[in-house]
Ligand binder design. Structure first.
Ligand code: ATP
Length: 259
């Protein structure tokens, strides 16, 4: 479970466009790392490179090294599908399979990986994952209803249940609360606090209060101008970033002077 990510000298391209340059950082297991920074600085691009989702875009590629507990995720022998199972992702908009039942949604990834799963084993995974996502009590009596019958916040927790069903090492979350109301947002934030006991979590957020509330480490990205690559400006304990950052650009951003 929870593994460490080491990123070194990472450059990320969309065809010829260098979107992110020279990122080196360590993401610790059993902790929450927040990526913050102005629009277009490359937060989503970096997070998508961590589980090899970046390369599904035609022409997209990376240079540098990303290692999970020392294993180079871009090594020649490495299967990107396996990487995406080990490093799960939750997106901005909850995206359950709308016509599939709640039960089937949770095990959708497992079915892909292990087609012959007994009903009892499936039921156990569904309950464990829904409990893990703090959704079990709300849905246990209607597991056969479609995923789309849930509220937005419940759908997002269903997506988190789906992501943890395959027992990943890392959970990536790209603005997981931006489509949610404040109550659902708090439920997800509480859940992130619980999940970090078992997982390595990386969250992209535009909401600096959220970064301050949920994360242990914060990475601030910035870009020098339009058409310039995004860069990691500094990364440190969240408390330090929000109280006494080392770089002026970070201070300007967190104090709302730009971005
Ligand atoms: N599919 C794509 N093709 C080409 N360029 C892209 C693509 N996706 C993103 N980019 C570019 O890469 C750069 C970084 O974008 P990215 O979405 O990672 O930034 P971000 O910090 O996540 O922004 P936001 O906070 O607005 O979501 C931007 O210049 C963006 O235009």
């Amino acid at each position: 479970m929870a593994k460490r990510l080491d990123i070194s000298d990472l450059n990320i391209y969309y065809s010829d466009f260098l979107a992110v340059e020279g990122v080196t950082m360590a993401i610790e297991p059993r902790s929450v790392t927040a990526f913050i920074g102005p629009s277009g600085c490359g937060k989503s691009t970096v997070i998508r490179s961590l589980n090899r989702m970046h390369e599904v875009i035609p022409g997209a590629r990376i240079e540098g090294r990303i290692a999970l507990d020392g294993e180079d995720l871009y090594g020649r022998e490495v299967d990107p599908v396996r990487v995406r199972r080990q490093i799960g992702m939750v997106f901005q908009r909850p995206n359950p399979f709308p016509t599939m039942s709640i039960h089937a949604n949770v095990i959708a990834g497992m079915r892909l990986n292990n087609k012959r799963m007994s009903k009892a084993a499936a039921d156990e995974v569904v309950e464990r994952s829904l409990r893990g996502a703090n959704l079990w009590n709300e849905v246990k009596d209607r597991l056969n209803r479609p995923g789309s019958s849930l509220s937005g916040g419940q759908q997002q927790r269903l997506c988190i249940a789906r992501a943890i069903a395959v027992q990943p090492d890392v959970l990536l979350m790209d603005e997981p609360c931006s489509a949610l109301d404040p109550i659902s947002t708090l439920a997800i934030e509480d859940l992130i606090g619980e999940l970090k006991q078992e997982y390595t979590i990386v969250i992209v957020t535009h909401n600096m209060q959220q970064a301050a509330r949920v994360s242990d480490q914060t990475a601030f990205f910035n870009l020098a101008g339009v058409g310039q690559p995004g860069k990691l400006i500094e990364m440190d304990a969240t408390e330090k970033i929000f109280s006494n950052p080392s770089k002026k650009a970070t201070e300007d951003y967190i104090s709302g002077r730009f971005g």
